[in-house]
Design a protein. Sequence first.
Length: 202
Amino acid sequence: MKLSSPIFFDIPNAEICLYRNFLYDSQEEILYKELLENIAWQQDLIKIYGRKIPIPRLTAWYGDPNMSYTYSGILMNPHPWTLTLSLLKSQIEERIQHKFNSVLLNQYRNGTDSVAWHSDDEPELGETPVIASLSLGASRKFELRSKVKASLDRIELLLNSGDLLFMSGTTQKYWQHQVPKMRRVRESRINLTFRYIIVSGN
Ligand SMILES: O=C(O)CCC(=O)C(=O)O
Ligand SMILES: [Fe+2]
C-alpha cells in the first residue's frame, strides 16, 4: 500500500475524499485480471414501467454470511469473501480506519456501460453510510449533483485505475452520483464499493 495523502473536497453537506494511486501499479494489474476472471459476474434485470430490462453493467455482491441487501430494487444475497477480496478489504480498512462487511462490484464492459444518478441511501446502510470505492482498469467520469440545491455546481472527477474514493457523513443524504456513458472508452473498468451493512436484529 502506498501512503499517498488524500485529497479532501470542500463540498457542502458532504464528506468526500480521494486517495489517488491507492494501489501499487503491479498490484493493480494482477488484481484487475483476477477479478475479471474469478468474480461471479451477473447482469441483473431492473423493472422500469413494468418492463424488465438488463442494467447496463455487470455486478456481483460479496460479504459476510446472513446478509441480504436491496440494490435498485434487486434483492441480493452475498457470495462468501474470496481471499483476494478479504485481503483488499483489510488493506482498505487499515488505511482509512473503518470496518466493512460487504462489497458490491461493478464491471463496466466499455464506455456504453454506466450507472445512473442515485444515492447509496438504502436503510441497511444506516443514517450516514460509509463507502470506500476502488477503481481498476479504464478511467471513467464520476459526477456528483446536489439533491437539494440545483444552484450548486456539479462536481466531476476522473477516477483512474488504483484510485480510492471515500464517501461518508451526509454525502448520500444530500448528493447523488453517477458514472455516465463515455462512448469512446473501449476498455473495461471494475469498481469495488466496500460498504457496512447494519444487519437487522444485531
Ligand atoms: O463505479 C463507480 O465508481 C460507482 C458505483 C456506484 O455508485 C455504486 O455501486 O453504487
Ligand atoms: Fe453508488
